[in-house]
Design a protein around this ligand. Structure first.
Ligand SMILES: *Cc1c(COP(=O)(O)O)cnc(C)c1O
Length: 398
């Protein structure tokens, strides 16, 4: 035997063990198992048909109002504005947060592209920060230490001493539905006079110390894309507990039209970001079944956790202490020593028709964001190399 043989065999064994564990949970499917598929098992047909029958299909209609009310009741956010998608909701959040051209906005490099793009839409500069290993959300302690290093408070404005630009806001993201450490992050943003914005696109149904995500930030965004827990086909929402900001978000997303019986008066550059009634109808039916979907997603996560606990060299990503996760996407994390096996695990799972995926390419590695300011991003880089997302549809939780 050569010295190489045991290492190779252990890698091979790890890949096989992960596939066997996933097979334990999902069985042997007759067709490919999607990463996350929508489920239409409630009143979706009825509500959508009603829109077609009555002609109320577009940007005005009772389902839009009802969807906003239902979301407000569910999340506890006093004001909810439905939007065309999660990205437009995030764009609106940054406008409401007062981010201006030339400002810097702090955000995790470990996120979906929409978070960074929204910062670009307001002509601000994304400034990338690292994540912590428990929630995969922004690392509050590391961010605080970093700001001590590179920033100063200038008349109540956080200024980047290196670039001279105001650092206006911090956008946090609840990765795979696991709530970031909002209390610590809230402290850091208060200390540095930053506006806290929550990208809660993945965390409908997730709460932090009993409060639904999206209530600590000044403004927050949800997404109802086809792969999220609740879908409207495409859609999103802005959440806020500030009445004036709620009115502002509504104004901006409805072409900034001022009320009048017949005149077309607009008092600033607004956006056509309204969610159509047709999509809101779908959303109302989906929300009715959210508790059932969440229950089955938890059951699925518990089964993954149980079988993966027996696999040496990997760890199932659990909800952080003090939080309740919606387990939007289940994730298994390879130990650092096995990072080189990620692609083998992905290939083996996909060969077995389980649609497994790596996490997003980190934002600072993409061509349009590679020149942006950033802190040391060690943890995010290590995680990117080791995360494998597993099929997570509610129906798999039986
Ligand atoms: C899904 C998602 C969004 C919004 O996406 P849309 O497709 O525009 O609805 C934003 N941020 C994150 C982290 C997301 O996962």
């Amino acid at each position: 035997m050569t010295a190489m043989a045991p290492a190779k065999r252990s890698g091979f064994a790890l890949v096989n063990d992960v596939v066997a564990a996933v097979r334990d949970v999902l069985g042997r499917p007759s067709s490919a198992v999607a990463l996350h598929e929508p489920e239409f098992a409630g009143r979706e047909w009825q509500y959508v048909k009603e829109c077609l029958d009555t002609g109320w299909v577009s940007s005005v209609g009772s389902y839009v109002d009802r969807f906003e009310r239902d979301l407000s009741a569910y999340t506890g956010a006093a004001h909810v504005i439905a939007t065309s998608n999660g990205t437009s909701a995030l764009h609106t959040c940054l406008l409401c947060a007062g981010v201006r051209a030339g400002d810097e906005v702090l955000l995790p490099t470990l996120t979906f592209i929409a978070t960074a793009n929204a910062v670009s839409y307001v002509a601000a500069t994304p400034h990338f920060v690292d994540s912590e290993p428990v929630s995969l959300g922004v690392d509050a302690a590391k961010l605080d230490a970093y700001l001590r290093d590179i920033a100063r408070l200038d008349d109540g404005v956080c200024v980047n001493r290196q670039t001279g630009a105001p650092i206006r806001a911090l956008v946090v993201m609840h990765v795979f539905g696991h709530p970031a450490d909002l209390d610590r992050l809230d402290e850091v943003t208060r200390r540095w006079r930053l506006v806290l914005v929550e990208d809660a696109a993945e965390s409908l149904g997730s709460s932090y110390h009993g409060r639904h995500t999206g209530n600590v930030g000044l403004v927050s965004a949800l997404s109802f894309n086809g792969n999220k827990v609740v879908t409207t086909g495409g859609g999103g929402a802005v959440l806020t507990n500030d009445a004036a900001l709620g009115r502002r978000a509504k104004h901006l997303t409805t072409t900034a039209r001022t009320p009048h019986r017949w005149s077309f008066l607009h008092d600033e550059v607004g956006y056509n970001y309204r969610l159509p009634n047709l999509n809101a109808a779908l959303g109302c039916a989906q929300l009715e079944r959210l508790p059932s979907m969440l229950e089955r997603k938890r059951a699925l996560a518990a089964r993954y956790e149980r079988v993966l606990a027996k696999v040496e060299g990997v760890e199932f990503l659990r909800e952080p202490p003090g939080t309740l996760s919606n387990y939007w996407l289940n994730a298994v994390v390879l130990d650092a020593a096995h990072a080189t096996l990620r692609d083998s695990v992905l290939a083996a799972l996909n060969d077995a028709t389980y649609m497994a995926r790596p996490v997003w390419t980190l934002m600072h590695k993409l061509p349009m964001y590679s020149g942006c300011p950033r802190m040391d991003l060690d943890l995010a880089e290590s995680m990117e190399a080791r995360i494998v997302n597993l099929p997570s549809s509610a129906r798999l939780g039986v």
